[in-house]
Design a binder for this molecule. Structure first.
Ligand SMILES: C[S@@+](CC[C@H](N)C(=O)[O-])C[C@H]1O[C@@H](n2cnc3c(N)ncnc32)[C@H](O)[C@@H]1O
Length: 329
């Protein structure tokens, strides 16, 4: 075991002191975990590290976890807990729910987004419940969905629409509320979002015959559907580049599901896969509305040319930044 350097200064938060009492953990015990961990992971809060040391017995294994933040001057111990059993590998640290919430309240610096503390928001006059902590709808999305709905209103025929990467379901619900004669399929990979979409459909009193909800990795779960394809596909995929993590707001990073934000090094993994597959799910003159990061415009243009979409146009959001594309099959 490594010796603890005498110079090392520790700062114990009020929160961790409470937890140490609760879990009967001493400062020395936690310092041992810190200096001889059996596992080390990125913490959940920004710029934190979580470490674990095995404890208990062979018959009744447990783990002692602690989360800390280190700078030149000190090591700040943020929280600690005991995990009963052996936590799954290659997954984020198994932080107890109560600690997550208590940290939210005590963090101060990283404020919980208002939409989560209220548990709801609105999107184009639709009520959007967010109690399942899914991606918070953004005003940039609201801006382009409003424009798209204005176009859809000009159509007379019944429209078959897909809201893929649906999150809270805000896009599809706004369409169903505004476009009579539309049927929307919602598709999402995340369990919590699936529950959230169903809650929001009820909340907005959408008749059951006007929608279906599918749990699906991109188009995977939609392959078995037998229809002539969609008239419209609406997509707001995760598109934040992993190397631009610093530009993501602290509260988004701390609270919003990571899989709703990031998409590989340049933020283009989901968009690339989506554009490859989407053509096969569109009707002959079908249209895609796609949201992206303004910096990705050129890369997306190349992808669209490569995939031989017949025409496409890029549009700016209310902040004069390229934010969405309208693409024809
Ligand atoms: C940026 S959010 C958009 C949510 C919502 N449409 C909106 O505009 O507010 C992206 C969503 O895509 C989902 N997602 C991520 N990877 C996915 C995948 N491979 N297949 C389907 N959905 C995915 C996330 O869970 C998240 O809810």
């Amino acid at each position: 075991m490594k010796l603890i350097s005498r110079q090392e200064r520790f700062y114990w938060t009020k929160h961790v002191k409470n937890k140490m009492r609760y879990y009967r953990l001493s400062e020395n015990r936690l310092k041992r975990v810190l200096h001889s961990p059996d596992r080390k992971e990125l913490g959940i809060a920004p710029i934190t590290v979580a470490v674990m040391q095995k404890a208990g017995t062979k018959k009744h294994p447990t783990e002692i976890w602690l989360m800390y933040q280190k700078d030149k001057a000190k090591t700040k111990i943020i929280t600690a807990w005991r995990y009963p059993g052996i936590s799954p590998k290659r997954q984020p640290p198994p932080i107890p729910e109560d600690i997550l919430w208590q940290l939210n309240l005590n963090k101060g610096k990283v404020e919980i987004p208002e939409e989560y503390s209220k548990g709801k928001t609105s999107f184009l006059s639709c009520k959007i419940d967010l109690s399942k902590i899914v991606f918070i709808p953004r005003i940039e999305t609201e801006f382009w969905v409003k424009k798209a709905i204005e176009n859809l209103k000009k159509k007379q025929e019944k429209l078959n629409i897909l809201d893929i990467f649906a999150g809270s379901g805000c896009i599809g619900i706004a369409i169903l509320k505004n476009i009579k004669n539309s049927k929307v399929d919602f598709s999402e990979i995340d369990n919590k979002a699936i529950e959230q979409i169903k809650i929001n459909l009820k909340l907005n009193k959408i008749p059951k015959e006007n929608y279906e909800v599918y749990q699906s990795d991109l188009f995977e779960g939609l392959k078995a559907l037998h229809h002539d394809g969609y008239d419209y596909i609406f997509a707001n995929p995760p598109y934040v580049a992993e190397n631009r993590i610093k530009e993501v707001g602290d509260s988004a990073l701390a609270y919003e599901p990571k899989k709703s934000l990031f998409s590989g090094k340049k933020g283009l993994s989901h968009i690339r896969k989506f554009l490859k597959q989407a053509r096969g799910f569109l009707k002959e003159n079908g249209i895609i509305y796609l949201e992206f990061d303004p910096q990705q415009k050129k890369d997306i243009e190349k992808m669209l040319e490569k995939q031989e979409y017949s025409s496409f146009k890029f549009f700016k959001d209310q902040f004069k930044k390229y934010r969405f594309a309208r693409v024809k099959k």
